[in-house]
Ligand binder design. Structure first.
Ligand code: ATP
Length: 218
């Protein structure tokens, strides 16, 4: 039996609206195992982002249980600029989680950053470049490298391909699959595009009005 990575049990999530507490997720349960990718689908407003926020620990007002079996999950976004500080080089950005974590020498941080660049198939010279000096696809690769720096095996992805053209999309999917196979990385993958979901994910969780409508193999 594959190792568990994430367990979400009977999750109810709430936002505050004025004096009211508005429920936006109701009794959501699922389990993610090592190397598994689950698509998160559903209409706009169905609760996909809210579910991600709960899993990331950004939304605290919830009931139920979220159990992590790996390091804190990381998120990649549609717009990689959101996670890449425009004033810093890619090398500096990649090393930042290790600086925060502490316990790494300068050389160790650099080595780890270079290793991650290699893992996402970016050339070593990207280390010294600024985010604006990268193409859209290269930026998404850099943000994937950043999400892997802490050693987590769970990545949450919110429409990570929708800003890229079709050829680059295919290359990024290929990279995500490679990381899934080689490094046993798991994904919770939010996308409106079921074709994209089916290329990466073995199952899809359909949300409707905050409830799981279907959790099915694809
Ligand atoms: N900060 C907030 N405060 C109050 N209500 C919110 C907040 N964020 C989201 N909501 C509401 O929660 C519900 C779920 O929103 P959520 O963003 O999770 O949906 P989604 O499925 O991710 O939508 P989309 O596909 O458009 O990104 C919606 O009714 C939304 O209006």
């Amino acid at each position: 039996m594959a190792e568990k990575i994430l367990e979400v049990k009977h999750l109810n999530a709430f936002y505050r609206e004025g004096r009211q507490r508005k429920q936006v997720l109701e009794d959501v349960s699922f389990t993610l195992h090592e190397g598994e990718a689950v698509g998160l689908a559903g209409q706009s407003g169905s609760g996909k982002t809210t579910l991600c926020k709960c899993v990331l620990g950004l939304l605290k007002d919830y009931e139920g249980e979220i159990v992590h079996y790996t390091k804190r999950p990381q998120m990649i976004f549609q717009d990689p600029f959101r996670s890449l500080n425009p004033r810093k080089t890619i090398g500096w950005i990649l090393e930042e989680p290790l600086r925060i974590q502490g316990g790494y020498s300068k050389d160790e941080r650099r080595r780890k950053a270079e290793e991650m660049l290699k893992q996402v198939h970016l050339l070593p010279e990207i280390y010294a470049r600024y985010p604006r000096e990268l193409s859209g696809g290269q930026r998404q690769r850099a943000s994937i490298a950043l999400s892997l720096m802490t050693g987590t095996r769970l990545i949450l992805a919110d429409e990570p391909l929708s800003a890229l053209d079709v050829t680059v999309q295919a290359q990024i999917i290929e990279l995500l699959r490679e990381l899934q196979e080689k490094e046993k990385i798991c994904y919770l993958f939010v996308s409106h595009d079921l074709d994209v979901v089916s290329m990466l994910c073995s199952r899809v969780l359909f949300l409707k009005d905050g409830e799981v409508k279907e959790y099915a193999d694809i």
